[in-house]
Write a protein that binds this ligand. Sequence first.
Ligand SMILES: Cc1ncc(COP(=O)(O)O)c(C=O)c1O
Length: 399
Amino acid sequence: MTAVGSSFDVDAVRARFSTLRGGEAIFFDTPGGSQVPDEVRTAVADAMRDAAGNLGGSFPTSRRVAAIVEDAHDAAARFLGCAPEETIFGQNMTSLNFTLSRAFARSLREGDEVVVLQSDHDASVSPWLEACADTGGSVVTAAVDRDTCLPDWDDLAAKIGPRTRVVAFSWAANSVGTVVDAARVAELAHAVGAPVWIDATHYAAHLPIDVRAIDCDVLVCSPYKFCGPHLGLAYGRAAVLADWRPYKVRPAPTAPIGRSFETGTMPYEQLAGFTAAVAYWESVDAPGAGHAWTRELGDRFLAGLPAGVSVIGPPTSADRVATFLLQLDVLDAAAVSDELVARGFNVTASEHFYCLGLRERIGGKALRVGIFHYNTAAEVDALLAALAEIAAGDSPAVA
Ligand SMILES: Cc1ncc(COP(=O)(O)O)c(C=O)c1O
């Protein structure tokens, strides 16, 4: 077993989460949604008490709502590396992606193509299938390598061409954990004048985002995957947003530009929780310590995997985050998942985890283990021990 030598104080981090202190379960289900630190929960509750009103008044409640909104956009800008006016909130990643793709799709024409990746979450694909169904365009899928599940760069380069109007992809796969070289995709897309449109929902929980560094045009993610409330968040490059006509009611403000893509009254209490989540993240991850710890635990998990358990996708920590899709020789993944849940581990099994392009590659149900910065080395070891027992057939489920 590899030694864990990081100086990251995981116990101090865990002390900030009632649910982690409560001992209900060992949480390896974070790709589905993370636990929430108490300070985020408190910020949500405080906003419901102090800012239960709306924008537009000069009285204190309304001024507090306005402050919550400004703070949330400022926090989003820090989190994504952009200007506050380029940030957009919505219900969740899927809804926000439909909203923004609809606005963009006003300019799609018959014969236009949208390029996506085989490893994408469907929330990064179906909005384009729907847009193309309405406009006469088509969605073209670039393949991933069968073993590593990483992009086949030759295929991607061949599929991006003069008809390409957008290149959209999931930066990190919530199924197999692969990480796509986003800057390289952006270069290919921009070479034909197409915007690059990133689903960072899984990525945001594992690695820092700097939209300028990767030169992306649109990026969408979900704060509930990184210790925030259920909410969607997007970045749109100001110059790109300025070319679109949002679906909005006429009296709603048109500036700052990002906000003209938000419809109706925002969930102010969730925005307050989001700001607290970014502050939480800034406090635990400076400089990158939380992410480094997750990666270290991922290495430990890979190094300790028992015989009879195989990983779908990259076999090492390179080009991946610490999200592992597993199959066991001895038992199907749904039964393994049930057995692990019975032993107190939150894990899930699925045939695709919404990544329909990988369904055939996965070939039946697979077990997903998602490691996060609040997990401990002891939790990883406990899971490895349970997997070893199950894989060896020493479990009631195998009998
Ligand atoms: C990679 C990825 N993209 C998109 C989504 C959709 O996000 P939401 O649930 O916020 O709509 C998910 C949700 O699991 C995801 O993991």
